[in-house]
Design a protein around this ligand. Structure first.
Ligand SMILES: [Mn+2]
Length: 279
């Protein structure tokens, strides 16, 4: 089956594309990070536009946000593609403040069927004011004022051609959050950096990477070496930051971190050579 892992945004704001690239290579499937300009209403519409562009040429697309990283590289995301569903997505967990959402639009599997093209168009055309008036927080959780709410509104429409064609999985499937992890990346399949009241996405990701003893792409530096030239010549270099052993970030006296110290990988020397040290 023709399968694409797809992400995208209007700009590069995290190193997630490197994580996706490493993961897609491991599975042997295609990956695309789509920053193609389009006539958007909001920046978030880039997701719908990118999926709309990619779906005609792939049987299945796995969309993954630029604030979401695969953390268990052994899990094959294709195993969640369901014969009986055209759309597979996850509920959100209950966050530390007690908030939750009916689904997360941050990661989903979508199949190339006429009903799914209809759904994408319907979500894009949905008036959020109408959704807000209809919204029942008891049933659907937080109203986020985004395309995610428009999606929920359309999924709830019982007469729609997609009404029987979607499956909602528990958050554990592929919608975990940084606060679910204790020590190891492979405790969960995928980490989506959505935390209420948090600083910037990059601060969350940096903190998490330090805690897990890895790069901000959430993969070990060796796995990034094939992309060293790309990284050194892209905006990703600064976001990737110094490798752990070179980090000046406080590590809280973590003995495990000290034992990991090793020479910086080649891609980092090239980055430094170009004066891309960042802050
Ligand atoms: Mn997201």
């Amino acid at each position: 089956m023709s399968f694409l892992i797809l992400s995208g945004a209007t700009r590069i704001r995290t190193p997630a594309s490197l994580n996706h690239r490493v993961y897609a290579d491991r599975l042997g499937v295609e990956y695309l990070f789509d920053t193609t300009p389009g006539p958007l209403h909001t920046a978030l519409d880039q997701k719908l536009a990118a999926v709309r562009r990619a779906l005609p040429s792939h049987e299945w697309v796995f969309w993954i946000d630029d604030d979401a990283f695969v953390t268990d590289l052994q899990v094959d995301i294709r195993s969640f593609a369901d014969d009986d569903a055209d759309l597979v997505l996850c509920a959100s967990p209950v966050n530390p403040e007690g908030g939750w959402t009916f689904v997360s639009f941050g990661q989903f599997l979508i199949r190339r069927t006429p009903a799914m093209f209809h759904l994408l168009d319907a979500v894009l055309a949905t008036d959020l004011e109408q959704v807000r008036a209809w919204w029942d927080p008891e049933q659907y959780g937080i109203f986020t004022n985004t395309d995610q709410d428009a999606l929920v509104y359309q999924l709830a429409c019982e007469e729609a051609p997609w009404a029987e064609g979607w499956r909602r999985l528990e958050w554990q499937a592929f919608n975990s959050r940084p606060y679910h992890y204790h020590q190891r990346l492979d405790e969960h399949v995928l980490c989506h950096f959505v935390v209420p009241g948090s600083p910037s996405k990059m601060e969350l990701i940096r903190e998490f990477a330090v805690r897990m003893g890895t790069t901000t792409a959430l993969v070990d530096p060796e796995l990034l070496e094939p992309y060293a030239t790309f990284i050194a010549n892209s905006d990703l270099a600064e976001l990737l930051g110094p490798p752990r052993a070179q980090s000046r970030m406080p590590v809280g006296g973590d003995a495990r971190a000290a034992s990991r110290e090793s020479p910086p990988p080649p891609w980092w020397r090239r980055v430094r050579g170009r004066g891309h040290m960042g802050r």
